[in-house]
Ligand binder design. Structure first.
Ligand code: ADP
Length: 282
């Protein structure tokens, strides 16, 4: 089983020709709403890769929450442990996507800020515990604590880059970051020129970092190896929203199923490539 502790949002999508500059107003070419949030997106990706997947997190007691609950369930995610917070709104993300596939995202955490972690008993049977940084860091720490006690592998997608998130790295077996997040955690301005520097994020034996590299695919960096896995071919980039989430959820599912890192990274790249060719996060 893959257990995901993370955010569940209602995504409000706006398609525009070009992302607005500061102070600029632009017309929408199309709009839509749908299930989103890094936690929910990654749970759906794990299900699509064949894993039995349980979601832990919080929704508000509003109409959006009821819809998100139904949608997540409809995708095949076990939502029986998703909490409904009274008198709160469900998380929301405002996503603007340009014709070139680039995006601009503003997130209102709402109920996600009140998400509380499952205890050890609730995580029985969990092979892989997966979290992101859209829920409070202390709650994620408690989730990994409980998961580690059950013998689960702990994966942190350290996104979005928040300085506090760094304290969780010691608790994880795998940290997944994109190139921008890697630079942020290393305190590097601009690009990180040497991927081996990702080792600075490791603190104990057996840990590894997976860096996603956009059209270049991804790389696994452990204490003694660096393995590169090229991206899958894409006809046309439509929308990069959720590519990282497809990657993380797929990686978690394949790690839970067991397998070698070469095939795990290839599967994660393939799922992410499919995602960039679709509109929306899912
Ligand atoms: P994020 O979307 O989180 O910023 P990346 O840009 O690194 O992260 O993309 C995540 C993954 O999506 C990559 O590791 C890759 O597998 C896939 N991907 C992104 N852009 C492309 C592309 N142009 N062609 C093929 N795969 C892509």
């Amino acid at each position: 089983t893959v257990c995901v502790f993370g955010s569940i949002n209602c995504d409000h999508m706006l398609r525009v020709e070009q992302l607005p500059r500061r102070g600029e107003t632009v017309p929408a070419l199309g709009t839509g709403t749908g299930l989103g949030g890094k936690g929910a997106n990654q749970a759906v990706a794990a299900v699509r890769s064949g894993a039995v997947t349980r979601m832990f997190g919080a929704l508000g007691d509003d109409a959006a929450g009821a819809l998100l609950y139904t949608q997540l369930h409809g995708h095949g995610v076990d939502v029986s442990d998703v909490a409904v917070q009274p008198c709160m709104q469900s998380g929301a993300a405002y996503v603007t996507v340009g014709a070139d596939g680039e995006n601009h995202i503003v997130v209102a955490a709402h109920a996600n800020a009140a998400a509380s972690p499952p205890d050890e008993a609730a995580l029985r049977g969990c092979a892989v515990a997966l979290a992101q940084l859209e829920t409070p860091v202390p709650a994620i720490g408690a989730f990994f604590d409980a998961a580690a006690r059950t013998g689960a592998l702990c994966i942190l997608n350290a996104a979005p880059a928040v300085a506090d998130g760094r304290v969780l790295f010691a608790q994880t077996d795998v940290v997944i970051v994109n190139a921008v997040e890697l630079a942020s955690y290393l305190g590097v301005k601009g690009e990180v020129d040497d991927l081996a520097r990702a080792r600075e994020l490791l603190s104990r034996p057996g840990q590894c970092v997976v860096v996603t590299l956009g059209a270049q695919g991804a790389a696994l960096i452990s204490h003694d190896t660096i393995m590169h896995s090229p991206a899958a071919a894409v006809d046309r980039v439509t929308d990069t929203t959720g590519a990282g989430d497809a990657f993380c959820g797929t990686l978690a599912a394949h790690l839970a199923a067991g397998g070698d890192w070469t095939s795990i990274l290839a599967a994660a790249n393939a799922a992410a490539a499919t995602s960039v060719q679709r509109h929306g996060a899912l």
